[in-house]
Ligand binder design. Structure first.
Ligand code: SAM
Length: 280
């Protein structure tokens, strides 16, 4: 196996620092540095960017990002047991690498970063989805980051890139694709991780759109998409009843069929309806 740096193998790092994987923190580590370097390359050019990495653990993906030339990596890790292993990476890379021991759900990392910024992470899946929704729903658009390159449970990755008409198409697909170009760039079997999880995984790369795909007020769009998919088996005229007293007329005005179900409506269709509702 080709070496990507002069640091010890990850298996040795884990043994030296006694980093037995904690289930409560979703710790399934990537130990193959060629694989982590490949994931790092999916994020795009790194040499002019600060990379925000959430959940570096023993540092496999971190080392991939640095070896691939990231200008700087800022890593946020909740588990203090990982800090000595990450300090060894700091010794090699100096100013190009910093760690903050914190919960990524609590910390705003922006003041520690210099644009342009890319986000890369292999996170526990529940934390990953929560952060994805937050990264996609800032108060103003475009957001502080250029792209998000994130590991997800395969099932969630498929929901992010799903198209209308598919059972996986829903709130996450619309939120992601309205504001980013999202694609699955790698598939990983359970054996890629130590310990292996029960599920398959996939890396999704989301490149921000400078302006959303179609104009719409984000709050109204979010409200109708939530209402439509909360009762996805119902026709729009029933599932969206609570959003406007004359919803059938509004649907027709937006070019939608009141008898369609949410999963048949394109992002453009939802945006048109949001525009019609805002006009009122
Ligand atoms: N990046 C490493 C790799 O690829 O081998 C570790 C990945 S492991 C799936 C998830 C990492 O996220 C663990 O190191 C865990 O301690 C950390 N983590 C879990 N919840 C976190 C949170 N809320 N904030 C920051 N880090 C978290």
């Amino acid at each position: 196996m080709a070496m990507i740096d002069n640091l010890p193998a990850l298996r040795d790092v884990i043994a030296t620092h006694d980093l037995s994987a904690k289930k409560s923190l979703g710790q399934n580590f990537l130990l193959d540095l060629n694989l982590t370097a490949k994931i790092a390359r999916q994020a795009g050019t790194l040499d002019e960017c600060d990379v925000l990495e959430i959940g570096p653990g023993p540092g496999g993906l971190t080392r991939g990002l640095l070896a691939e030339g990231a200008r700087r990596v800022l890593a946020i890790e909740k588990d203090a047991r990982c800090l000595p292993a990450l300090a060894e990476i700091k010794e090699l890379y100096g100013d190009r690498f910093d760690v903050i021991n914190a919960d990524a759900l609590e910390l705003n990392p922006l003041e520690h970063l210099t644009p342009p910024i890319r986000v890369v992470a292999n996170l526990p899946y529940n934390v990953g989805t929560e952060l994805l929704v937050r990264w996609l729903s800032p108060d103003t658009w475009p957001p502080y980051w250029q792209s998000l390159t994130l590991m997800f449970q395969k099932e969630v990755a498929e929901r992010i890139v799903a198209q209308p008409g598919s059972k996986k198409y829903g709130r996450l697909a619309i939120l992601a694709q309205w504001r980013t170009q999202a694609q699955i760039v790698m598939a990983l079997p359970p054996e890629a991780f130590t310990p292996p999880p029960k599920i398959h995984s996939a890396v999704v790369h989301l490149q921000r759109r400078e302006t959303p795909l179609f104009p719409a007020n984000p709050k109204i769009l979010n409200r109708i998409v939530a209402a439509g998919f909360n009762q996805r088996r119902k026709m729009l005229r029933a599932s969206l009843k609570g959003t406007a007293p004359d919803i059938e007329d509004r649907l027709v005005e937006a070019g939608l069929k009141p008898t369609d179900r949410a999963e048949q409506v394109s992002i453009e269709g939802f945006c048109k309806l949001a525009q019609v509702l805002e006009k009122k």
